[in-house]
Design a protein around this ligand. Sequence first.
Ligand SMILES: [Zn+2]
Ligand SMILES: [Zn+2]
Length: 140
Amino acid sequence: MEVKGSCLCGTVTIDIPQVAEEITVCHCHMCQKFFGGPFLSLAGVLPDDFKISGKEQIQLFMSSEWAERGSCKKCGSSLFYHSLADDEYYFPAGLFDEIDQAKLKEEIFYDQKPAFFHYQEPTEKLTEEAFLQKLFTDSE
Ligand SMILES: [Zn+2]
Ligand SMILES: [Zn+2]
């Protein structure tokens, strides 16, 4: 699917011509802080595979040694999680308009999810340990 989106004030716009119709939810504590709740993430995209405008208005924060997070300097919207090792960008579904055909597929860091809600969609649920194990296995 093609998705177009922007931050709340419209200064930063993002156009992804082709991305999988799948949403992964990250429940980790850092995502909860940064996004104000669960991170409903599009599939990762490389810099050549999307266009972003208003770059000079993006503030970057190194949230760990392997990732930085971007937000809009003007309106504060959380814009992305950027994995430095493979250069993939993960954008939150909430920035995009026409995204209804996407399906919730996977929930990661499920053991860090707050107890007061559950998604009804059938998803693959991975604890931090299971997720890291899967990452490690996939990269071998
Ligand atoms: Zn903004
Ligand atoms: Zn997370």
